[in-house]
Design a protein around this ligand. Structure first.
Ligand code: C2E
Ligand code: MG
Length: 565
């Protein structure tokens, strides 16, 4: 190969090539090499490689080069970082070979072949980031938290210090998401992440576990008090108002704190802090709870009930009882309220108050609700001849994104039932908290011609006028009003007033909790149309209701003209 050709090959090679003297000065470099350094070849020649090497990589680089100089190795390969003229870091993969001088064998040069792998390294780093960090907030994710927590617990056992975990959950986050949209929800999550991050000590790990759940891992905690004061700083920082999507929000968080003892493992500590956080949520928002053994017991019971409930759903232990709603004038049933019961294998028949709260917390209320809806539709299909509507209680968790509308449609369809024979009951307090998504669901339900009834009316601060704008067609007056009938004072006046208004707006007016004849007569005289209570009948299993036996062909479709009420 002639010298000209060699020179051209050297200079135009796409791979960076540099020739260095014994002490690391560049004797000659090609264009590709200079380009990696963001410089012209003339700017590089005569400089020492030390000037362009990332300081952290220098000791290793010098060591490798001296091994080569001593002839300990014939060549070496490494990955290292250079600093460019513009101050960027470039990752390279390089192979360095020694060439002995042909004339003076005691002197030598080095040839480095250098390939820019910055993009490959960045892509790898990004993949790692994705594996360990939350994409939205940049906080650690569950995987990284678990890793650090496991490590911290092992260290703390050695050092006899304490590790604490703070578990945070944004109060009413779902409401922000549903009413202002997902972008606003995301914004709130990012702000929350920044606020927590700014309140913790350097070195504390802040992680997002998904949804609106955040965790702070506190290492080297001296006492639970330390962790507690940090938790209150964080919750306070959180309460500064923020403007999102033109709405001012004052976010609050519920927090749970758990402190590790001798043999707590990572999963347990997270679970404990989560349990404490749930207790804070239940006790009212914006609270901090500290995990203790009483909470552990409550959590165990909750877990047991949850497990039993899942089994109950699978094994058909849940049943529906029916309580008549009667016409206050004729005392004939105009409908039945479907009320769920649990025939527990050990504890006997359980009322909703013993399991619904846990079903609500564990989202089991949704499949339970669907079961009741299907049972109610099957009941209607078995009794095509009775002129009665079935009232089904629904939990707010069942509503949203047309979830309940779809369930109802499917059940009506499966059992061939006319929608006018079904009504749903939503409590007034749940109704007042509805978001646009929930309202859309209710609207679609009303569009199916299923009546929507407000249960426990008069317990919240709802007004009839707000209900009028929604998809409501009836109300059930809260039981506590019936208790005050006959006081010839406020109780009677309020009852009369509400009944008048309810009828005036065309809603079906019902009263609950009627236990005595006197209450029934007063309710009627106040203008209430229908009543429900032990006086007219307790909730009973279908067979005990005394209904005419279902016709032989039970799957007959209900004639579409058959209107209850
Ligand atoms: P609710 O909708 O207010 O149902 C009426 C409750 O009052 C029933 O209790 C019923 O047994 C009781 N009751 C009826 N008449 C009288 C009376 O004259 N005096 C008194 N003191 N009480 C009377 P139950 O069956 O224990 O249900 C309790 C609550 O559980 C229901 O209250 C409802 O909110 C909820 N629930 C029941 N079934 C379901 C269901 O399938 N899904 C959902 N989400 N909730 C349900
Ligand atoms: Mg009800």
């Amino acid at each position: 190969m002639d010298g000209g050709l060699f020179k051209a090959t050297f200079h135009d090679s796409p791979i960076g090539i540099a020739i260095l003297d014994e002490v690391g000065h560049y004797v000659e470099v090609n264009r590709a090499f200079a380009r990696i350094l963001g410089r012209e070849p003339e700017e590089v020649v005569s400089s020492n490689f030390v000037e362009f090497t990332h300081p952290s990589d220098l000791p290793r680089d010098i060591e490798l080069l001296s091994q080569l100089a001593r002839d300990d190795v014939p060549y070496y390969q490494t990955q290292k970082r250079y600093l460019t003229k513009g101050g960027d870091t470039k990752w390279v993969r390089m192979t360095v070979t020694r060439i002995d001088d042909a004339v003076r064998s005691e002197t030598h040069h080095f040839i480095a072949q250098v390939e820019d792998i910055t993009e490959v390294v960045r892509a790898r780093e990004q993949l790692e980031r994705r594996a360990f960090y939350d994409g939205l907030t940049g906080l650690a994710n569950r995987t990284l938290l678990m890793e650090r927590l496991t490590q911290a617990l092992a260290n703390h056992r050695k050092r006899q210090t304490t590790v604490a975990l703070l578990f945070f959950d944004i109060d009413d986050f779902k409401q922000v998401n549903d009413s202002l949209g997902h972008a606003a929800g995301d914004r709130l999550l990012v702000i929350t992440a920044q606020r927590i991050q700014s309140a913790v000590r350097r070195g504390d790990t802040v992680a997002r576990l998904g949804g609106d759940e955040f965790v702070v891992l506190l290492e080297d905690v001296r006492s639970a008090d330390d962790a507690e004061s940090l938790a209150s700083i964080i919750t306070r920082t959180m309460q500064a108002p923020v403007t999102i999507a033109n709405h001012e929000i004052v976010p609050t968080m519920s927090a749970g704190l758990a402190v590790a003892d001798g043999d707590t493992d990572a999963e347990e500590l997270i679970q404990d802090a989560d349990t404490a956080m749930y207790a804070a949520k239940r006790a009212g928002h914006a609270l901090l709870k500290i995990y203790d053994s009483a909470l552990r017991e409550a959590a165990v019971t909750k877990m047991e009930v949850e497990e039993d409930l899942r089994k109950a759903l699978r094994q058909g232990e849940l049943a529906v009882h029916y309580q008549p709603v009667v016409d206050l004038e004729t005392r004939n049933p105009i409908g039945y309220e479907a009320l769920v019961r649990w025939s527990h294998p050990r504890r006997g028949v359980l009322l909703p108050e013993e399991f619904l709260a846990i079903a609500e917390q564990t989202q089991l209320v949704v499949p339970i609700g669907s079961l009741v809806i299907h049972e109610a539709c099957a009941f209607i299909a078995r009794h095509p001849d009775i002129d009665a509507q079935i009232f089904v209680n629904v939990s707010p968790s069942q509503l949203g994104e047309n979830a309940l509308a779809r369930t109802l449609e499917a059940a009506l369809d499966q059992h061939g039932v006319d929608p006018s024979r079904l009504a749903i009951e939503v409590t007034e307090s749940a109704f007042l908290k509805t978001t646009p998504v929930v309202e859309a669901d209710l609207k679609r339900i009303a569009g199916l011609e299923i009546d929507v009834v407000i249960d426990d009316f008069g317990t919240g601060r709802g007004s009839l006028s707000t209900l009028l704008e929604k998809s409501v067609s009836g109300i059930k007056l809260a039981e506590r009003f019936a208790r005050r009938f006959g006081d010839r004072g406020v109780g009677d006046k309020v009852s009369r007033g509400i009944a008048l208004m309810v009828r005036d707006v065309g809603f079906l007016a019902m009263v609950k909790g009627i236990e005595t004849e006197e209450q029934a007569e007063l309710a009627h005289s106040h203008g209430w149309v229908a009543g429900q209570g032990y006086l007219f009948g307790h909730p009973l299993a279908e067979e005990a209701l005394g209904l005419p036996p279902p016709p032989a062909e039970t799957s007959t479709r209900v004639p579409s003209g058959s209107q209850a009420l």
